[in-house]
Design a protein around this ligand. Structure first.
Ligand SMILES: [Zn+2]
Ligand SMILES: [Zn+2]
Ligand SMILES: [Zn+2]
Length: 485
């Protein structure tokens, strides 16, 4: 090895002077980026030094163990980790760029309110990522931060509310909230605000005003409490929207039928309302209870929701949206559409649906389609009947036809029907939960159909039907009867 070759690879180089030899650029870089446990002190550091500067066979150790000044040390902070540029580490470069970005031109200092952002980013585990974030063509986040530091944008949630809500904006907003620069916020709650504005826009001013108070003082406050305890789920926020929609519906009813404001609504009016909307009492409770508690209207009373009854977590509105999609979305597989529709409309469990045989289906001469889920034929509504007729025709042409199957949904294996998971997975993929949907369907059907008929129609146990009927109707009618005495 000549006097001017790299001690590591042997190539000629006078790039870096070590006490015992030269080291080329590539080897220096490799050793810097791949620190190893030092045989002298066990610390993980870049190793390139000989324990003594003479013997060629002494172990290669860190600079400290060799008593040398490290060529790997950052020229600014002296640390060897997070190598980045030629002489300075990623952390020092990041601090410099953050300082430039976050300096308030009025004070020449880092903007006082953005100081926590500086600390958070500058001390991050991977400063290289921060440098990338602040790259030469900065993205939305750093651009907004710069504008905030220079006083061109207000540092507030309102600023974000006025901007589009995409990943980049949300990331910065969450960063500001997590560093305590902005109060905590919950994106799922936040998305309700523009939705609320849309819902309120067409309403008369007095309705809009009341619903807005209900939404802010009760519904959103409740959601924020739930979010603080980290229990917020999609079902909770869906429910919240449902409470708001229900309040709007109730006010519209008062307007149309009685020309009364919520303030003056009477118990009779409420009861009439309940008899014409014989479903989903639970969501009305919230608004009526709020009217009472905030002393806007103390005349209205609603009996407590019966305890221990089945719970419905899907609103009627959601259920009908799902039905609409399944009726019209031709991109979905037919078995997914029909499976979902049988669940959403006839409360059929998927295990029954996959096992429907063609002899349970009757097509009359005038093209009516009846399905006998249990013992009574049920007439299929429009569009559903069309989908079934098409499916039966297509099915005749399919590769399973030769197997002479009588399953409505033949499976992949000869003689077997489709697996429930095939339908379930596809429904879940488009946001439909079969089990919850079935409960919602039962709830509505139970409100419309006497329990024994329901039991026979759907093939469910009499007691199950009765329980659903109780939830959907009996409690309320019983209550009205009581008041009549
Ligand atoms: Zn080398
Ligand atoms: Zn060492
Ligand atoms: Zn440094």
């Amino acid at each position: 090895m000549s006097e001017t070759s790299c001690f590591d690879c042997g190539n000629p180089s006078t790039h870096t002077r070590l006490p015992h030899a030269w080291m080329c650029k590539a080897c220096r870089r490799r050793r810097h980026y791949h620190p190893q446990p030092c045989p002298g002190c066990q610390a993980t550091r870049p190793l390139a030094y000989r324990l003594t500067d003479r013997a060629d066979d002494t172990p290669i150790v860190c600079a400290s163990c060799a008593g040398a000044e490290s060529v790997f040390a950052c020229s600014e902070c002296g640390r060897e980790d997070h190598p980045y540029g030629a002489s300075r580490c990623a952390r020092c470069i990041l601090r410099e760029r953050l300082t430039t970005l976050l300096t308030d031109p009025d004070t020449g200092q880092i903007h006082a309110r953005l100081r926590p952002i500086f600390d958070e980013l500058a001390d991050s585990e991977r400063p290289q990522t921060g440098i990338w974030w602040l790259r030469k063509q900065p993205g939305i986040g750093p651009r907004l931060l710069g504008q905030m530091a220079r006083g061109e944008l207000e540092i507030s949630h309102d600023t974000f509310r006025a901007l589009t809500s995409d990943r980049a904006h949300n990331y910065l907003r969450e960063l500001l909230a997590s560093a305590g620069v902005l109060p905590a916020y919950e994106p799922r709650i936040e998305r309700i605000l523009p939705w609320l504005d849309l819902k309120l826009a067409p309403l008369p001013a007095n309705h809009a005003d009341l619903v807005r108070r209900f939404a802010h003082w009760h519904v959103l406050r409740h959601l924020r409490n739930v979010a603080r305890q980290r229990h917020l789920t999609k079902a909770t926020t869906d429910n919240a929207r449902d409470h708001i929609s229900t309040a709007i519906r109730f006010l519209a009813y008062l307007d149309q039928h009685h020309a009364t404001a919520a303030v003056a609504a009477t118990q009779e009016q409420l009861e009439h309302y309940q008899t014409i909307h014989n479903i989903s009492l639970a969501s009305e409770y919230t608004f009526i209870t709020w009217l009472r508690r905030s002393r806007i209207n103390t005349q209205l009373r609603i009996p407590h929701a019966p305890a221990g009854t089945p719970a419905v977590t899907i609103s009627d509105e959601q259920r009908w949206q799902h039905v609409e999609r399944l009726l019209h979305d031709q991109t979905l597989r037919t078995y997914t559409r029909l499976g979902g529709l049988f669940t959403l409309l006839f409360a059929q469990p998927l295990s029954n649906i996959v096992a429907i045989r063609t002899n349970q289906i009757t097509i009359t001469t005038d093209d009516r389609v009846d399905i006998t889920f249990s013992t009574i034929p049920v007439q299929m509504p429009a569009i559903v009947d069309q989908i079934i007729r098409n499916h039966l025709q297509q099915r005749g042409k399919s590769l399973y036809a030769s197997r002479n199957t009588d399953w409505l949904f033949p499976g992949g294996k000869p003689g077997r029907h489709l697996n429930t998971e095939n339908i379930r997975a596809q429904l879940v993929a488009i946001g439909i939960k079969p089990h919850e949907s079935r409960k919602a369907a039962l709830f509505q059907l139970a409100g419309e159909t006497p329990a024994p008929v329901l039991a026979e129609l759907l093939g469910i146990a009499n007691t199950t039907a009765a329980n659903w009927a109780k939830l959907a109707a009996r409690d309320w009618t019983g209550y009205i009867a009581d008041r009549a005495h």
